[in-house]
Design a protein around this ligand. Structure first.
Ligand SMILES: Nc1nc2c(ncn2[C@@H]2O[C@H](COP(=O)(O)OP(=O)(O)OP(=O)(O)O)[C@@H](O)[C@H]2O)c(=O)[nH]1
Ligand SMILES: [Mg+2]
Length: 199
């Protein structure tokens, strides 16, 4: 849940990167960490297994600077994608202001993507949140892989994009689409916040 401190003129929002195992959620955060100037980011905390699978979550706080006179901070989290970590996923999702769904573009991962999206919907519902009301963007990652292995953005939109959400092709390993995705979700979250406070 976003925290607005009117005295200090600070806003803090929580963005959660969600998606199936090995889709590239942690890779997105690593890229952001590497590109945001040190003065604008905190320490990245990763709780991972020895093989780099996220065990609990990754956490990266970044500072977007001044927006409408408020210092705006985003806390980026990833969930563990592996199916059996659902309790942890649900916990990390709690209080999210926005979600980035990182899909794996490989054709053989399509069922995992669909299952993970359904799992997101169910876990949000457990927190009393309707997915249709949650700021959400889709990222089609691993578009750098050979054409015969992956689905195009258009195919993935057909299969996953149930309400014309913003969607971005990406190669998070090399940074393609990473900041476009982050910018889109940030804008949606801030828009929601401004609507909420003026309502
Ligand atoms: N070719 C390619 N490989 C990628 C891309 N993004 C991530 N990877 C690789 O995919 C593997 C999994 O990436 P992670 O970022 O750890 O995946 P994750 O979604 O955090 O996985 P979990 O923590 O298990 O949920 C790693 O070997 C990455 O280097 C991409 O855009 N292209
Ligand atoms: Mg991970």
């Amino acid at each position: 849940m976003s925290l607005v401190n009117f005295t200090a003129r600070e806003i803090t929002c929580k963005i959660v990167y969600y998606g199936p195992g090995r889709s590239g959620k942690t890779t997105n955060l690593h890229y952001v960490y590497g590109r945001v100037p040190e003065s604008r980011r905190g320490r990245m905390v990763s709780l991972a297994t020895q093989t780099d699978r996220t065990l609990f979550f990754d956490f990266l706080p970044i500072d977007l600077g001044q927006i409408s006179g408020f210092t705006t901070r985003f806390q980026l989290y990833t969930v563990p994608g592996q199916v059996y970590y659902n309790a942890t996923r649900r916990l990390v999702l709690q209080g999210a202001d926005g979600v980035v769904f990182v899909a794996d573009s490989q054709a053989r991962q399509l069922d995992e993507n669909i299952e993970s999206l359904q799992n997101l919907q169910a876990n949000l519902l457990d927190h009393g949140v309707d997915i249709r009301g949650m700021p959400l963007v889709l990222q089609y990652n691993k578009q750098d892989l050979p054409r015969e292995l992956i689905l195009t953005s258009a195919d993935l939109d057909d299969a996953l994009n149930f309400r014309s959400l913003p969607s971005f092709p990406a190669d998070a390993l090399h940074g393609v689409g990473v900041f476009e995705t982050l910018k889109s979700i940030s804008e949606q979250v801030l828009k929601r916040l401004s609507q909420g406070t003026t309502a």
